[in-house]
Ligand binder design. Structure first.
Ligand SMILES: [Zn+2]
Length: 227
């Protein structure tokens, strides 16, 4: 089973991706994790990507494509892809890869939340600069307001998490994803899940859906369909 997952900032897609990965024994491929990994390893590619980010520029599609596609090549299917594709060029690269290997995507799932919800979830986040613990003023408050439970350091808000920045990130997501969602809608594999509510509430919406898609895939394979 091959899954694409996406959602606006704060949608909880990474949390649910990990659950889905465990449930169906998939490989979790996150373009964001891979980019951060390359940068922290200090590889040649990582240093190149760091230069783009430091200059406030997007990493070129050709770089992201080679990173993600070479990762997908290692397993040849059974993946959940998080954060990719994000541009028309990336869709094309993925489509070429899928075609060449006779692999298809079973579902392109969007976990959707409103802009207000996105801002509330993200802008409430507080990080401990001392030990890296993550809190939320409403959903996971520290015992002493503004202080880390673990090490007592004063908590801070990441500059990316300020409400005005979150609003921009949200709008950018909607704008960028519009043509991509249209593409997967036309293919008949786009599904939108309501991402409001608690993690287990949202999971109860995702799981039956994927169980159904998974059973269809098993039936298809069992009846001698294409691999
Ligand atoms: Zn701490």
């Amino acid at each position: 089973m091959n899954i694409l997952i996406f959602g606006p900032p704060g949608s909880g897609k990474s949390t649910h991706s990990r659950r889905i990965t465990e449930l169906y024994g998939l490989t979790y491929v996150s373009s964001g994790d891979m980019i951060r990994g390359e940068i922290s390893r200090g590889s040649e590619l990582g240093r190149e990507m760091e230069r783009y980010l430091a200059a406030g520029e997007l990493i070129p599609d050709v770089v992201v494509n080679s990173l993600v596609i070479s990762r997908l090549r290692r397993d040849r299917g059974n993946f959940i892809l998080d954060g990719y594709p994000r541009t028309a060029e990336q869709v094309l690269a993925l489509e070429n890869y899928l075609y060449d290997h006779g692999i298809s995507i079973n579902v392109a799932m969007e976990i959707f939340i409103s802009k207000e919800e996105s801002v509330e979830r993200i802008s409430g986040r507080r990080i401990c600069p001392g030990c890296g613990e993550v809190y939320h003023v409403k959903y996971r408050p520290p015992k002493v307001p503004g202080r880390c439970d673990v090490c007592g350091t004063e908590l801070v808000q990441r500059s990316d998490d300020r409400p005005e920045v979150v609003k921009k990130r949200y709008d950018l997501y909607v704008k960028n994803m519009k043509p991509i969602i249209t593409f997967y809608k036309k293919q008949g594999i786009y599904v939108r899940v309501d991402g409001h509510g608690g993690i287990s509430e949202v999971w109860e919406r995702i799981r039956p859906l994927l169980d159904y898609i998974h059973s269809q895939e098993v039936t298809r394979r069992g009846s001698g369909g294409a691999p």
